[in-house]
Design a protein around this ligand. Sequence first.
Ligand code: GRF
Length: 211
Amino acid sequence: MSHSSPFRLGVLGSGKGSNFAAIADAVAAGTLPATVAVVLSDVPDSGILSLAAQRGIPGHHIAPGPFRTKLDESAEAEFIATLERAEVDLVVLAGFMRILKGGFLRRFEGRVVNIHPSLLPSFPGLAAWKQALDYGVKVTGCTVHLVDQGVDTGPILAQKAVPVLDDDTDGSLHARIQVAERELFPEVVRQLALGHIQVKGRISHRRGPTP
Ligand code: GRF
């Protein structure tokens, strides 16, 4: 990972963009030593693109092609080319709802991070907060991990626990997890920008001061 200054982020998202907003706000506040170089979405009218526009951050929609859960070849090439042009150091998946395949991951090897709304390896995949509620666990949370070729299987960088309350609904639990996400994700990106996280195989270590 390069540590040129400033550390350049490319953020990919499909949804409302609350994690992106937390990261952009931390950058604006000066607590995250990085710049959001570009925001890319597979969804044309996504909240994340509106939030980028409001902040004056370059944002682009890239049509994903005909598949439901992945990008087609030309879309993948366009995502890669746009991120390369923006000279990003780190690709941040902030609610990006498509699986990234080998070509993309090889290009940005070890430099793609995702936030997942459960304590992995429990409840990978979709609607993880609902999976946790339906299973009956009493603690869940969120995980920031490096992205590998599996679904939510890459090396874990950090996790934050969230209690499950007796009267929780899908909505209330997801909302509580998202509060934790908005704290954890900017902090982990900050540590990556500072070069404070090292990963060997599956195991990550934090060096330097802990928050
Ligand atoms: C988050 O809950 C994240 O864990 C999941 O997708 C959601 C994105 O939310 N991967 P937002 O678009 O950042 O508000």
